[in-house]
Design a protein around this ligand. Structure first.
Ligand SMILES: Nc1ncnc2c1ncn2[C@@H]1O[C@H](COP(=O)(O)OP(=O)(O)OP(=O)(O)O)[C@@H](O)[C@H]1O
Ligand SMILES: [Mg+2]
Length: 218
């Protein structure tokens, strides 16, 4: 069973939105998907409870003593995490998965916070030993030059140990499509096809990466 972790300590950066959209994409592509919602706010579990009957079923993973319990046939579990995860909790989450997706907001304040987080992340053994593959995605990017310039700055200035580059996969625009789809318990892959064409295109690089060996260690 595959485990995909969605994590960034920054509140509201899009963890639940990205977790539910990955879950939606994989489930409409025939996978048996579960989500593990570690956030006491339970917004991802609430999203599942809003899913219409016609949408492919996504299970909720139970969590007991830090261990996941999922239906036997589960192919992939998407792990949604709360904000403000640092230290041992961060290390425990990172230990539990092979693939990690980090949503980033492209504002100056968020970029500084993200730099500190990436520093902390790269002190972890599992990352040093490359036992987890990670990707960053920029979320809620406004389609103006200022926002794009900040993102460029961020990507070019992020320094990683050993001269490694931060793996950056794609940009998701700021769009009400995400809000409206989530209200209905849907991903953008299941919602208003004519309106979400551009958003779904923006997701292709992430899904291509997640479906390939490149997102798996070793
Ligand atoms: N690309 C987007 N365009 C427009 N709105 C978005 C986008 N991504 C997320 N949102 C909205 O931003 C808000 C925060 O997103 P979300 O709940 O996914 O963040 P989070 O990181 O899970 O937050 P928390 O840290 O509180 O768990 C939500 O209202 C969500 O609908
Ligand atoms: Mg959340």
């Amino acid at each position: 069973m595959r485990k995909i972790l969605v994590l960034n300590p920054k509140g509201g950066c899009g963890k639940s939105t990205i977790a539910t959209n990955i879950a939606g994409y994989l489930s409409i592509n025939g996978q048996n998907v579960a989500v593990a919602d570690f956030d006491p706010q339970k917004s991802t579990e609430d999203w599942i409870s809003r899913r219409p009957a016609h949408a492919p079923k996504i299970s909720i993973a139970g969590v007991k003593g830090g261990k996941l319990s999922v239906p036997g046939k589960t192919d992939t579990v998407i792990i949604d995490t709360p904000a403000a995860i640092h230290g041992k909790k961060l290390a425990d989450f990172v230990k539990s998965s092979e693939t990690m997706v980090i949503p980033l907001l492209p504002s100056e304040i968020d970029i500084s916070a993200a730099e500190r987080f990436v520093d902390e992340l790269f002190s972890l053994k599992k990352l040093i030993n490359r036992k987890i593959k990670l990707a960053t995605v920029a979320n809620r990017v406004r389609e103006d030059t200022l926002s794009a310039a900040k993102l460029d700055y961020f990507l070019n200035h992020m320094k990683l140990p050993g001269g490694r580059k931060l793996p950056f996969i794609t940009v998701f625009r700021n769009s009400q499509n995400y809000v409206k789809a989530a209200e209905k318990g849907l991903s953008i892959f299941e919602f208003a096809p004519a309106k979400t064409t551009y958003d779904r295109e923006q997701w292709q690089p992430l899904m291509k990466w997640l479906m390939s060996q490149r997102s798996l260690p070793g």
